[in-house]
Design a protein around this ligand. Structure first.
Ligand code: NAY
Length: 292
């Protein structure tokens, strides 16, 4: 899995103007991001709007990306869903499509006990011979599992790691400590990427790597070389852009920035924020101040 040790965009799903998933625009964005040095792709998670798409759309999107990537970098397919059956169908498909790994957010909406959540993960892990990366995102799912829970998961055959999307790097460290070195933990919040790496995250999966790939790849390289002061300066720089992003829905903001960078990805699906002309003008001004 050494290839996953780097900056992995949670890929925006490019749509056509009529809202259908775009084959051409997907290939263009994937090519561009590979040229910027990203370590792989994470598909159909929060950023990818997987929960706003049909199972068939998620499957066909993975197939397009796999075809374009041609094994140059690893591809992680997010297969998470509210129900186990859908996650299992998507996992079998991802295995067949040749994805490197699957990942699944804790089942959301209903308040399940940790035994049920563990069962959900075991069912996914048993669905196909493909590694599984769990996904901890308490702010979005309302499901907050303990380090002990992840220790149990890490003992399950096929569950190789965790995408940890929370600012609490202490909690992340506690999980890494009990799960052991072979359990790969990926940093979720881009605004504290350097802190996550410093605490021991194996790699980083995030949304703003779609719009600032080169900056984060550079930060990661500096970190690996032990040039922490320089890496920190890059983190400060990208965080000024993330501060602007916070004024909007992050997906709406990132699609607008990508459009300004020459990658039209269409509009996010409703109910995600649809930007007004004034908001677009404001984002255009941000993009001009941060030309990367
Ligand atoms: C995913 O599954 O698409 C993600 O990786 C989401 C991670 C993002 N979290 C949220 C709440 O959107 O990249 C982060 C986030 O957009 C970024 O740190 C800016 O806040």
């Amino acid at each position: 899995y050494v290839q996953l040790q780097g900056i992995i965009p949670a890929l925006i799903t490019p749509y056509e103007d009529d809202g259908r998933i775009s084959d051409k625009r997907t290939r263009e964005l994937v090519r561009h991001l590979i040229s910027q040095g990203v370590a792989g792709f994470y598909l159909s998670g929060s950023t990818g709007e997987g929960f706003l798409q049909t199972v068939e759309e998620r499957q066909s999107f993975l197939e397009i990306v796999m075809d374009e990537v041609k094994s140059e970098v690893p591809v992680i397919a997010h297969v998470g869903a509210m129900d186990t059956a859908t996650a299992v169908v998507l996992t079998k498909h991802a295995y067949g499509a040749g994805a490197t790994a699957v990942s699944a957010v804790t089942p959301f909406y209903y308040k399940h006990g940790s035994e049920q959540i563990k069962r959900h993960y075991i069912d996914i892990a048993e669905a196909a011979d493909i590694p599984l990366i769990a996904y901890h995102f308490p702010d979005m799912t309302g499901s907050k599992q303990s380090a002990d829970f992840y220790r149990e998961l890490s003992a399950v055959d096929g569950i190789i790691g965790l995408k940890f999307t929370s600012m609490n790097t202490y909690e992340m460290q506690q999980i890494m400590d009990v799960c052991g070195e072979d359990f790969l933990v990926f940093n979720g919040p881009d605004e504290s990427c350097l802190a996550g790496l410093a605490m021991g995250a194996f790699g980083a999966i995030g949304s703003t790597y779609n719009i600032m790939p080169a900056k984060f790849v550079e930060m990661h390289r500096l970190f690996r070389q032990g040039r922490i002061d320089e890496a920190r300066a890059v983190q400060y720089e990208v965080n000024r852009v993330i501060n602007e992003l916070m004024k909007y829905d992050f997906i709406a903001f990132e699609r607008e920035i990508l459009r300004l960078q020459g990658f039209d990805t269409g509009l996010p699906r409703k109910p995600i924020q649809q930007l007004s002309d004034a908001q677009r003008a404001d984002i255009r001004e941000t993009a001009a101040r941060f030309p990367f």
